[in-house]
Design a binder for this molecule. Sequence first.
Ligand code: PRP
Length: 179
Amino acid sequence: MSTYQGLEILLSREQIAARIQEMGAQISKDLVGEKLVMIGVLKGAAPFLSDLARAVTVDATFDFVAVKSYAKGSKTSSGAVKLIKDLDEPIEGQNVLIVEDILDTGLTLTYLRKVFLQHHPKTLRIAALLDKPSRRIEKIEADYVGFSIPNLFVIGFGMDFAERYRNLPDICLMPPDVP
Ligand code: PRP
């Protein structure tokens, strides 16, 4: 078992970097000659977007949205998602790639896909670094998936526990004994 700062590593920085290069190459192939708007979903997607953007060879711009999910941290799991930071630029007629650190229940991406489609992009695709298919509530899949993982509590590379650990360079397992 590899560890970093005493945490068990699920996916190492080397594995992540290699997979992001492959994803970037595939996205570049699919969009050759086209422009791309990469939309990061704050906050967890920031490191992934940063690396993925440098792995694509197409002409790309960035935008960011933030959402609040009422399914999490609330006792009433309503599944409601609200946009708390909207796009800065219009996406009508653009090739859009939503960039997410993790596709879990699918509630967030189902909501964002619906909202973005109302803006009539030319194409709309999803890149998720991690996918937890066993957790899905909504029927949604990413076009580009870095790693499909079981239902583990993961931290690092953008993913947090109470806002901590986002800056870990590897994707690690959350230890059970942390308060
Ligand atoms: C995480 C992740 C996705 C969402 C996926 O965000 O970044 O946005 O959950 O979960 P879902 O498929 O069940 O909707 P989180 O709400 O933890 O916010 P963060 O990115 O700021 O950490």
